[in-house]
Design a protein around this ligand. Structure first.
Ligand code: SAM
Length: 232
């Protein structure tokens, strides 16, 4: 399967195993991941945020209930919310999630904004789990035609060591533990030397579901709600 599908499948497998009730996708773009997650019966709140509102607005119809959704009574409650805003801004409506996903997003931020992202996501939203994926630059030598970065809008691409050092600092600063993995495998003999095509960190808040949410600062909402829908 295509790499973007493998990344989304990684999230879906995590959701199947951990059954989070509230899931937020950062940089949700065309809402593809949200659309797949809509079919998971354990999820009660599914939210998406992107700085760019046009793909969200164009594709939000994918999230609306279709007639067959009403025929399946197991949707006791599902709410979907889409926001326009930046992951560098705090918004108290986005606290209290069980899972926050950031799939191929951080490499679009300046390093200064990555610091803000860490503070907002791990320090302020304090979700139980966070999945972060980003390109692994060590894999680039296997990608035909890629000399600099994989995409013109990437501000950086990290080696495994660089990703690890950012992730471990986040854990120390904000009270998480992390496991490293990835999707997109190199041929067998190169797997150790280059790693995965997309590297993934799975962060869990220390103390898990019972770990404490830090007290909430009272802030004005920063993100603009674009859309919301309740399933029956
Ligand atoms: N997560 C999606 C996926 O898995 O296919 C799309 C990833 S796309 C490469 C990166 C997305 O991040 C874009 O939709 C972009 O608008 C969004 N983005 C970039 N900077 C952002 C920011 N500061 N806050 C929120 N979203 C941002």
């Amino acid at each position: 399967p295509a790499l973007h599908r493998q990344r989304h499948q990684f999230v879906i497998d995590f959701v199947n195993l951990n059954k989070p009730k509230k899931v937020l996708d950062l940089g949700c773009s065309e809402c593809r991941l949200l659309k797949t997650l809509k079919f998971h019966r354990d999820i009660e709140l599914l939210a998406g945020l992107d700085i760019n509102d046009s793909p969200c607005m164009f594709f939000r119809h994918k999230l609306a209930p279709v007639s067959t959704d009403y025929l399946q009574p197991s949707y006791d409650q599902l709410r979907i919310e889409l926001y326009q805003g930046s992951v560098t801004q705090k918004d108290s409506r986005l606290r209290g999630f069980d899972l926050v996903t950031s799939i191929e997003l951080i490499e679009h931020l300046s390093l200064a904004d990555v610091e803000l992202f860490s503070a907002v996501v791990f320090g302020y939203m304090t979700p139980v789990a966070v999945i972060v994926s980003t390109p692994n630059s060590e894999f680039n030598l296997l990608l035909p035609g890629v000399s600099g970065f994989r995409h013109i809008d990437h501000k950086f691409e990290w080696t495994r060591a660089e990703f690890r050092s950012w992730a471990l600092k986040v854990c120390l600063d904000y009270g998480y533990e992390v496991e490293f993995t990835g999707v997109g495998q190199a041929p067998q003999e190169q797997q150790d030397s280059v790693g995965f095509c997309s590297q993934i960190g799975v962060f869990q808040r220390l103390g898990g579901r019972n770990g404490s949410n830090s007290p909430c600062e009272h802030l004005l909402p920063q993100w603009q709600q674009l859309y919301s829908v309740n399933y029956p």
